[in-house]
Design a protein around this ligand. Sequence first.
Ligand SMILES: *Cc1c(COP(=O)(O)O)cnc(C)c1O
Length: 377
Amino acid sequence: MNYDTLSESLTGLHPLRAEVDLEALRQNVGILKRVAGDAELLGVVKANAYGHGDIPIAHELIACGVKRLGVANLMEGIELREAGIEVPVLVLAAPLTHTLSAYARYRLTATVTSLDVCDAIVEEVSRSGPLTVHIKVDTGMTRLGLLPEEVPTALETLRNTAGITVEGMLTHYATVDHDFTLTQTDRFNRVLAGVEDQIPLAHGANSRTLLFTPETVHGNELVRVGGSLFGLIARGITQAAGVDLQQVMRLTSRVVHLRDIEPGTSVSYDRLWTASVPTRIATIAAGYGDGLPRSLANRGEVGIGETRYPIVGQVCMDMFMVEVGREADVHIGDEVVIFGPGGPTAVEVSVAAETIAYDVTSGLTPRVQRVYINERE
Ligand SMILES: *Cc1c(COP(=O)(O)O)cnc(C)c1O
């Protein structure tokens, strides 16, 4: 069941909700446009827009003047098309041969990720109709892409095949480490040298390299940004660029139960935490079935009122517990900020959970109701 599809009159019956602030998104887009300078933003809305809801986010990005979108796989691209979104959509995945006709049918831009994919596209295009492609170069990520020395052959083959438009060339960065990022940039620029006039859209930078290593943008026509749109970038990196991105999502639930316990009482599965003093435990309606990392057990914090309280014991599928203490002014029904204003940031939660903020928001399941605030008039 996807709680988003329930009638609006039922909003509020479920305690857990992800508030998505479209004004924060608009501000982030404005900031990123300034940082990107002459390059245009390609808004990456994969994984349900990092958990924020791909269709509403895509509409808002387009309203902000973002002219291109990127997705991780074919189904995400088809979902955008079925929702009536008509802007160019780049599918970043390695296309399997039997799926190429769907790229043509849905006017999705394919990524040429190997010489085999190149051959398959050349063979398919006479059957399926025109295809627009971007050539991906592996400059050091070792995930997808042609090796630099394979690019000239692929480029020539694709350009000489009727029905294929080579619209762009891209690479993907592996790290924020300056030296390795510059090495990858240098490899990409060598591939581009001499063929720039055949490649209308060159692009490499993602959120972190855009902010941290501006050389990754020089001379490129596009930057592909995802996490920065949603304010999921660690402060060290945003500060390096002198920008202040706002976190777009605020995840809240409510206190559903309170219990005073005595020293020696254990809390939750596996008895990972035991009270050492008389204290009070609040039970919160949210768990790993909603996408909360189980690794927050005994590590994370939440905000209730103006105070932070520690998560104690194992995170369950539908609930977790925090120690609020006997003196706290905490009541059943109180709002609990899991991340966002009034609680930790998504980045702080991700550090406690030993992962990254992208994982925290994109991991939220359909059981979390998304509520959009500050919509355009
Ligand atoms: C996810 C992804 C991006 C966006 O990265 P962010 O760090 O979220 O900006 C860009 N390019 C590719 C190939 C990706 O997979």
